[in-house]
Design a protein around this ligand. Sequence first.
Ligand code: EPU
Length: 362
Amino acid sequence: MQSPLPVEHDFSLLKFNTFGIDVVAKAYLSVTDPAMLPQVRLDSRLAALPRLILGGGSNLVLTRDFPGLVLHMTNKGIDVVGRTGHTVSVRAAAGEPWHGLVQWTLAHGFGGLENLSLIPGSVGASPIQNIGAYGVEAGSLIESVRYYDFDTDAVITLDRAGCRFGYRDSVFKHHLRQRAVIIDVTFGLPVVWQAQVQYAELQQELRKMQQDIQQDMPQNTPQKSSLPPASATITPARISEAIVAIRSRKLPDPARIGNAGSFFKNPLVSAAHRQRLLAQWPGLICFAQADGSYKLAAGWLIDQCGWKGQSMGAAGVYDKQALVLINRGHATGTDILRLANAIQEDVARRFGVTLEPEPIIV
Ligand code: EPU
């Protein structure tokens, strides 16, 4: 007979969401082993409850006590599970912290994930919103995702195409949302690595690091004059170091200031809409997309509306990045949403653009 599930009742989620919102879940289960999931399904009282699947809690706004069962994925393990001439396959359990996985791959000499360094959250959450930064999205490196399907009691493996990755989007945000619990994710990391350094900010940081190394070398050493060009010394670990430096400078550390990273997605507009905006706002920051549309920098739009550093009650806009909403202490989810709505209204009025929240609102 299986041992009973260690379900906890009236459980505070304060430490399990990076916004630091203090709500209580009716029931909570730390899923250390995916074999516990079919057991939840067999328990008629647990199976009848609404479910919230929790990873690192870094993309979540909790607006009320949760009247159901929180399934917190805490399973662990990272392994190499295959190799071809082109890729090394690394499988990581859903409950592994994301940055820990990035560090593990770098320590084992595998490049590919370095641009995604220091993103808060868990491995299991990475495919859901297809986390991305500095020109790389997790979806482009994911080979497959294994999940438990609550509807059918089956463990299913989806390949990359099946995940239908988009900008901060995947099938897990849509029809699989309530039923799929991600167990692990397999990444295909390139054997022949190529640096992804198209972002100007990243190039600048790498140049600065190179200059610092040169300055630290004693004057007139023979090595100094024969240093290789910066491009030759770029390694996955160097890029990771640069990304960590950039992110630490402009994004708040959730351990100190509650936040969920970018609160809104960068909106897409038509070429005609962009043209109209440019006529009025020559400084508009936008990026051409393959389909002819343009992605606008939501942070810039919010900044132009004067919101950077502002507060509404205990919710605020981070003073170094207007796209990040923060908890200034004891904010509720409703406080955060009230501020988000005010920002959305201002941006819509001024730019005719609808901002869509990135985190999941519960
Ligand atoms: N900007 C401003 N004012 C601000 C914020 C930004 O003028 O207050 C300008 C910046 O100067 C820059 C542009 O807007 O020219 C874009 O800003 P940034 O480079 O900081 O990137 P982002 O578009 O705001 C996105 C991702 C981040 C990711 C970075 C780097 C989204 C929603 N956000 O932010 O992802 O780290 O690019 O690739 O796509 C996240 O999703 O949680 C996240 C942090």
